[in-house]
Design a protein around this ligand. Sequence first.
Ligand code: HH2
Length: 280
Amino acid sequence: MSRVWQCGRYPLSLERPLVMGIVNVTPDSFSDGGEHATADAAVEHGLRLVREGADILDVGGESTRPGSDEVPPDVESARVLPVVERLAREAGVPVSIDTRHAEVAHAALASGASIVNDVAGFRDSAMVEVAAASDAGLVVMHMLGEPKSMQANPRYDDVVVEVRAFLERQATALVAAGVAPERICVDPGIGFGKTLDHNLALLRALSELASLGYPVLVGASRKRMIGDLTGEPEPKRRLGGSVAVALWAAAHGASIVRVHDVRETKQALTVWGALEGSGA
Ligand code: HH2
């Protein structure tokens, strides 16, 4: 039987890798800050990503780039809710809310979101309550500390063992709170309190994360690790590296990739899938 990630009314088949398109409604994201800062521009962008093949849209109103300040939940809500509401109605694919604030998640679900993507990995008990009271899909991501300080001097004894244990612990807590396991997806959190070596170790160990039994999501699009490896300082010029990571991730156990450049990623995955014979 084929595996499914259950996200509200959407049962998402994991037969082939899924592409989550990024819709930032922020003035300051590292990769595209300010480009879609109005609701109309963000909705337009989201609809374009769906035409390009996005399977999911991830709407975020708080940049979590290293060093960023926390956005008050009411400001975040004012940014994202109109966008979530319209995309949930018009896009025809599940809308994910990228937030670490329970009140924003709650309001976004009421506005039609089908997935809660929490970069803090449901460490906040209020987030667990919101999740348990819904039927949404849940992304449990690993982050060391908080965005403000996470890149200061990240240290692990064994990054793979520690990230895997965290994801397992948080997923188990969600199940204990009443969440069906088929709603959960896990994410190593590339760049969230990790050096380049940590990121590489986690990407090389995706099959160990997948062995937890939950679908694995990878978000490396345009991130600093690609700049570190290639010397490209401009996030928008990291497309080649971003596609390389997406293909690597799909080939090594990831079920979902979170990307800015949907058309190019989808094309690469389709060709790779044909070569693999998986029919992507
Ligand atoms: N990365 C960012 C935001 N949300 N969610 C998941 N599940 N995984 C990720 O790797 C991830 C995420 C990065 O955030 P930001 O710096 O705000 O930039 P952008 O949203 O353009 O990627």
